[in-house]
Design a protein around this ligand. Structure first.
Ligand code: SF4
Ligand code: SF4
Length: 707
């Protein structure tokens, strides 16, 4: 205990000095400045290197060796500094630019000096990490725990409290020293990064610390992701440095979560400690750029689909393993051992089949677990809450509140924590129809048919929005601020363009036919197997249930991270969801539709904002409004972004409530989405983001009502 305190009295000042050197690194303009910074870093590293030499095998000889190494490095360092005495990088460059009449030579020299800057940054980062590593190594040797074996030295040191806590402290102190040189968003991200670093489960050998740090570190990471999503939602233009940084950071976090998962499952922390080092390199690289990071070229991230794909994909990998970590904490390691896997053996076909089965089963076990959904819900729910804040229509606000409530109550709490046998309860137990809760067995037939009946009645009365925009978990995932903003990809991506409008494209017909056929065949086989007429399973798992896992716990997420190439709501636009198709089909004949007060307003409307706002790409809205004053489409899931986007508040929802009003003459059908009467011809109407737009009136006076 006393020894540890004594060592911390060295580690804390060491973090302070390193952070100060980080600041000096940024302000170093001359070669002598740079050489001095490197010299001090080398001195620190050699000091701890000497301690490692001595404490590895304490003796007079090792003491002499330690002193000798320090003496050589320090003397060598002084010679190194003298080499640069009197040189000034900036003056050199300025003089060159002023005197040179050869532009290409100037560019060449500038790039040479820039390369020197990169090399200096690289050297500084390497030395910071080296001295941290040597300090951690020395302190692990001095404190005596845990035992170091040659194969795990790197893991022991980097995963230790000496390395982790000192690094976390250095991150905080460096940000403090450089707070005025960094943009606000970098300060917020860096500080949260330091919190994530601090809660490294390997730092303290104690099971409560492992559990608590997994939860607290993950909460910090979720907070960071929410912050980044909102930042991207509010800033389309970001610098190239920020873009590279975000994707690299997410790569490190994806590796970190995968590493922690591996550590808990197989006990090897190598991947985790590598991710710690990677995170530090990424962190210091941007930090040491200082103001230069902000002056790099800016691009709209929406114009870089591959970057968005990388960002979404890496985020998903981090979330996936985080969900797995939560599952292990909650259910114990039996969560992993309970996943049904089959040996990959036999003929080549058998091996491929078994590998496919194992992959989908493992993948689906986590994505279908309650804790993965809780974690995703916290993240995506925050974005939906932000969306509520900027939504104009009361009806849409209420629906978004219902989305959050339905996600946690209907999709998680009731089936996973409340009902002991959800499979016998229609609608809740079989939320996604056939396969959701198990086999199509006689004992569940009532619950399955009941599900289809309830969902069909709801879709007839309210449209398929009841599932796709309320009860389905997809509503929460797609409708938060950041994810909703990516609906532009429905119109810009190659595939997204093919899926636009209510028309059934060839791709839609093919996908939906395959999906329906597969689910019908699987249901029949599942039933025949359940009643004992045939014996058919897919590696011991009911085929209808396996198909459900494949479609909703695997394929759905593939489509989700492929937004830059497919657009948002890919499950609707491609027709890959059989329960969605069923409800959309019923809705086609039901009461739900979108109406406009006055088709003439649409005819003269210049912006056609409703068509641009639709997250499933129904660009045929205005044409239908102009023609018939209303819009019905099997693909319309009633999100209502079009209603919010109409600058003239001309559009509204119509469903059973409107029908009842009409039928029983209770008031006039004014549209439930409207908080005010339309302000036709009023400039400065509101957008769905709640901002005033320069909306030119479509014409000078109001015209007659359409209905
Ligand atoms: S199509 Fe299916 S997965 Fe997509 S939102 Fe609708 S019900 Fe959910
Ligand atoms: S934005 Fe409004 S006025 Fe314009 S076409 Fe759409 S519903 Fe009609």
């Amino acid at each position: 205990m006393f020894q540890s305190l004594w060592l911390w009295t060295i580690a804390v000042p060491m973090a302070l000095v390193t952070s100060w050197l980080v600041k000096r690194t940024i302000y170093s303009k001359t070669n002598i400045d740079r050489a001095l910074v490197l010299y001090l870093l080398i001195t620190m590293a050699s000091m701890f290197g000497g301690a490692v030499i001595y404490y590895s095998s304490p003796s007079v000889l090792s003491l002499v060796e330690a002193v000798a190494v320090n003496a050589v490095l320090m003397t060598g360092g002084v010679i190194f500094i003298l080499r640069f005495w009197g040189e000034n990088v900036d003056e050199e460059l300025n003089q060159l630019v002023a005197t040179s009449d050869n532009a290409s030579q100037t560019t060449l020299q500038s790039s040479r000096i820039e390369t020197q800057g990169i090399a200096f940054r690289g050297a500084a980062i390497s030395l910071i990490l080296l001295s941290e590593f040597l300090m951690g190594w020395a302190f692990v040797l001095i404190s005596g725990t845990p035992t170091i074996t040659s194969g795990t030295l790197f893991q022991t040191v980097v995963g230790s409290d000496w390395f982790i806590f000192t690094m976390a402290l250095e991150m905080v102190l460096s940000v403090y020293f450089l707070r005025r040189d960094l943009p606000k968003y970098f300060v917020a991200i860096f500080l949260t990064q330091s919190v994530v670093m601090f809660f490294a489960p390997t730092a303290i050998h104690n099971s409560s610390w492992v559990t608590d740090s997994i939860y607290l570190g993950s909460i910090a990471m979720i907070g960071l992701l929410i912050y980044v999503y909102e930042f991207l939602f509010n800033h389309r233009l970001i610098t190239n440095v920020a873009r590279a940084y975000l994707v690299a950071l997410l790569g490190a976090y994806a590796t970190m979560m995968a590493g922690l998962y591996l550590w808990l499952v197989v006990g090897n922390s190598l991947l985790f400690v590598l991710s710690i080092v990677a995170e530090m390199v990424i962190y210091f690289d941007v930090l040491l750029m200082g103001k230069q990071a902000e002056s790099s070229k800016s691009t709209s991230w929406m114009l870089t689909p591959w970057w968005v794909f990388g960002f979404l994909g890496l985020t998903f990998i981090a979330e996936y393993f985080m969900g797995g970590l939560f599952d292990i904490q909650y259910y114990g390691i039996s969560f992993v051992s309970g996943i049904s896997l089959v040996p990959i053996a036999g003929t080549a076909i058998n091996q491929i089949g078994a590998a496919f089965f194992d992959f989908i089963s493992y993948f689906g076990a986590i994505t279908g677990s309650a804790w993965f959904l809780i974690m995703m819900g916290a993240e995506m729910g925050a974005l939906v809450a932000f969306k509520i804040r900027i939504t104009r229509e009361l009806e849409t606000k209420i629906r978004l509140v219902m989305v959050i409530a339905a996600y946690f109550i209907y999709s998680i709490f009731l089936p996973s924590f409340f009902l002991s046998n959800a499979a016998s309860v229609p609608f809740v137990g079989w939320s996604m129809g056939i396969g959701t809760a198990g086999a199509v067995a006689p004992v569940f037939l009532g619950a399955i048919l009941g599900t289809y009946l309830i969902t069909a009645v709801l879709s007839f009365l309210f449209g398929s929005r009841q599932v796709c925009s309320v009860f389905c978990t997809a509503a929460l995932m797609y409708q938060g601020t950041f994810y909703d903003s990516m609906k532009e990809f429905n119109r810009s991506s190659k595939l997204g363009k093919k899926l636009l409008t209510s028309r059934m494209s060839g791709l839609y017909k093919t996908v939906s036919s395959v999906v329906i056929a597969s689910i019908v065949v699987a249901a029949i086989l599942s039933y025949l197997n359940a009643v004992g007429i045939i014996s058919f399973t897919f590696y011991g798992t009911d085929i209808a249930y396996f198909l459900y896992i494949f479609y909703f716990n695997f394929l759905w997420y593939v489509i989700f991270v492929s937004i830059p190439f497919v657009g948002t709501y890919g499950c609707v636009t491609t027709g890959m969801c059989h329960i969605g198709l069923f409800n959309q089909f019923v809705s086609r004949f039901g009461l739900f539709r979108l109406k406009v007060k006055d088709p003439a307003v649409c005819a003269k409307c210049e912006t056609k904002d409703c068509a641009k706002a639709c997250p499933v790409g129904l660009t045929d809205l205005p044409g239908s409004f102009i023609k018939s004053g209303q819009f019905r489409s099997h693909k319309c899931i009633g999100v209502g972004d079009c209603v919010s986007a109409c600058p003239y508040q001309n559009e509204y929802f119509y469903d059973v409530r409107g029908w009842l009003r009409e039928k029983f003459g209770i008031g006039k059908d004014k549209g439930y989405g409207l908080t005010k009467l339309p302000v036709i011809g009023t400039p400065g109407a509101m957008t769905n983001a709640g901002k005033q737009v320069d909306a030119k009136p479509p014409f000078g006076e109001n015209s007659s009502s359409a209905s």
